[in-house]
Write a protein of this length. Structure first.
Length: 122
């Protein structure tokens, strides 16, 4: 009986070697979890009502990946960039993987690439 259990244990141990279980908590993102996170951020941005303050948006979305500020003819602009899609699986977020949110005088006035280009032209 002991020999049978020992043989079974060894057989199971050798068949399980090389198995990797990717769990994905803190610090390890599987491709699927990155896609889900980016998708959730797109949904959150789409649901933002215009006119919200920067503080309110920060509470809902967290800190932006990048930000810019400039003065336009019609006020002060701040643009926050949130990651919403992946173009390269390199572990870094680049500008082309984000969606811009445009604030004028502390209020959300638009989001998206077209809105960003329009704000830059003012």
């Amino acid at each position: 009986m002991k020999k049978t259990l020992l043989a079974l244990s060894l057989a199971m141990a050798t068949t399980l070697t090389g198995c990797v279980i990717a769990i994905g908590p803190d610090g390890f993102d599987t491709g699927d979890s990155v896609s889900r996170r980016d998708s959730k951020m797109r949904e959150k941005i789409a649901d933002l009502p215009l006119g919200q303050s920067t503080e309110s948006v920060r509470e809902k979305l967290g800190e932006p990946e990048f930000s810019e500020a400039f003065a336009g003819k019609d006020g002060e602009y701040r643009v926050w960039f949130y990651r919403t899609h992946r173009t390269k699986s390199d572990g870094d977020t680049s500008r082309d993987e984000t969606t811009p949110l445009v604030f004028r005088d502390g209020k959300l006035v638009a989001f998206g690439e077209d809105a960003y280009r329009q704000a830059l032209a003012r």
